[in-house]
Design a protein. Sequence first.
Length: 376
Amino acid sequence: MRTVFPSPEVAPGQRPPLSARRKTSCEPSFSTQTANSLAMIIITRPDATEEQIQHIVSRIADWGLRAEVSRGEMRVVIGVIGAEDKIRQKPLGAFPGVESVMPVLKPYKLVSYEFRGTASRVKVGDVVVGSKEVVVMAGPCSVESEDQILSIAQSIRDAGAKILRGGAFKPRTSPYSFQGLGKVGLQLLAEARRESGLPIITEVMDTKDLELVAEYADCLQIGARNMQNFSLLREVGRTQLPVMLKRGMAASIKDLLMSAEYILSEGNFNVLLCERGIRTFETMTRNTLDLNAVPVLKAETHLPVVVDPTHGIGIRDFVPAMALAAVAAGADSIMIEVHNAPEFAKSDGEQSLLPKDFADLVRRVRCVAEAVGRAV
Ligand code: PEP
Ligand code: MN
């Protein structure tokens, strides 16, 4: 059985049931596709009426195909997905109100910009990612203790962050490094959410932990090392929880888009893509933050783009410059690691900002955001 996540770990009244939280305003009208499915887009006329659009959608459903309606400023685009042989026989262009019909030729179909013809917004708790506002996510690399996470949550919220990050299941290069507090870490995150009011994003590393992590997280993080863990991608695609997919350190932009396609193809359109640095020949920095990816992704996909300059450069003093550059390049959100005592951090202390430096960064991010027509 999929997507049945009972909530035994959570006291009644403490959290709304997952079944309720899984429904968001970005809820798709899709279910699982087959291997030989085809995507078509129906572009309606600017003067198409609501009745005409509803008529198209219901006929598509009658044919056993799926329709995804996207309302842009000028017109409505209806994405159609289903088995290729079935779709090809249907007279999609014959409906009143239709201007043109075309196949999505890109290998990433549901993810491609043209499938929706407008940028998607993804809700994490009550926070919208993908609007004019650049959303700042922040928090420690790992959740370490109650004092640590509560103190950091409060300081980042006061500085202007909108989403709290923190790892409970940590993907570490060495099996001897701190692996995270697991379920206790999730409970501490839930407490920090209650105290701060901030929604939380945390990593799920393995399908076996998804049920547990989904009970606590407002947004699931898929880490760089798992970007091509296709069974995990499919499983998170069967929930309706927002998912932030991080680019693998040796993955091309196209690889990232294809991995996102796995999640959408299971019916979950609530996906954020995160550039977090790739491996290059450079040794002076931890990774090379590929800001090229930001405008390329914004052109290729309707999904919001997050940049993680912390892992991208890996050196505290240089994080602010790359965070500002990410916003200038068009990121919809940035994710920054912050620690109240980085010298004692159990992971990634060397790249974590102190709360006061983070507050200073948010002030500067606000100026850059305004300069490029955004807000914080
Ligand atoms: C993290 O966000 O702490 C993390 C482990 O990121 P990545 O998967 O990008 O290395
Ligand atoms: Mn980290």
